[in-house]
Design a protein around this ligand. Structure first.
Ligand code: SAM
Length: 257
């Protein structure tokens, strides 16, 4: 079957790495959504323990062959679709959210949109376990003081407890990518972050080398921003709690009319 590099088709062939991802991703009795099953290298591990596996593959030829390649297991459902166009509540039952998980060796060209899509459905899943570029994995888990810390780190920490699990070298894939990969797990929080906080954090990190004052002054009340004790710092110097406290301080006061 022809490989389609534009779809991020780097197939993982290291059995030990596949087994580690499957073990970290799901427990017996889970419903597992797998993003980009490809030839089923990870799917075969998942169907052996999960109650149900819903595999979403965009490449029609791969999707068509998947069930046969996995030995036609009764607990495998294949959906041929762009994961980003899936309505996630249609894939899993909300009633079993503690037993729903999502996983995949991700197509790296859409890692961020996939993370946003999963976070927007955080209440449906217990956890998300992904193989991503190592540089992205580092950004998801980073905290203040690290060069990798930025808006993506805040997004991941607000919706989950992120944890880097292990790295995977380029030689574990076919064809070989020219970057290292890492498995990362997000244990999803039940509660969504407060409305408005994400937009504020995005503005804080818009130009990471600029001060918070310069990044925020056009979007938030000028006087409150200028007077804030953190206005002269850069977002990278502050943790999420400190940034959230600044956001609360500069909110316009409720009208008393
Ligand atoms: N899971 C397999 C493995 O580990 O060998 C394949 C992983 S490969 C990195 C990424 C897979 O995602 C490919 O099979 C690709 O066709 C599929 N894919 C790419 N874009 C997709 C999308 N938008 N929705 C669903 N699957 C996609």
């Amino acid at each position: 079957m022809a490989i389609r590099p534009k779809l991020g088709q780097h197939f993982l062939s290291d059995e030990a790495a596949l087994e580690r991802i499957a073990k970290a991703a799901s427990r017996p009795g889970d419903t597992v959504v797998e993003i980009g099953p490809g030839h089923g290298a990870l799917t075969r591990h998942l169907v052996s323990t999960a109650r149900r596996v819903v595999a979403v593959e965009l490449d029609a030829k791969l999707a068509e062959a998947l069930s046969d390649q996995c030995g036609r297991p009764g607990n495998l459902e294949v959906i041929c679709k762009d994961f980003l166009h899936c309505h996630l509540p249609d894939l899993v039952s909300q009633a079993t959210s503690d037993q729903n998980v999502v996983t995949g060796n991700l197509p790296y060209y859409i890692t961020s949109p996939i993370l946003r899509s999963v976070f927007s459905a955080h209440h449906l899943f217990r956890s998300a376990t992904f193989l991503v570029q190592e540089e992205v994995a580092n950004r998801t888990v980073a905290g203040p003081g690290s060069r990798a810390y930025g808006f993506l780190s805040c997004l991941c920490h607000l919706y989950s407890e992120p944890r880097k699990l292990f790295t995977v070298p380029p030689g574990a894939f076919s064809p070989r990518p020219n970057i290292r990969s890492a498995a990362v797990q997000f244990v999803l929080r039940k509660q969504a972050p407060p409305r408005g906080l994400l937009a504020f954090l995005s503005a804080c990190f818009r130009a990471p080398r600029k001060t918070l004052r310069n990044n925020l002054v056009r979007r938030y009340p000028r006087d409150s921003v200028a007077a804030d004790p953190c206005a002269g710092l850069r977002a990278q110097q502050l943790g999420i709690e400190e940034l959230a406290a600044m956001w609360r301080r500069i909110q316009p006061s409720p009208s008393t009319d």
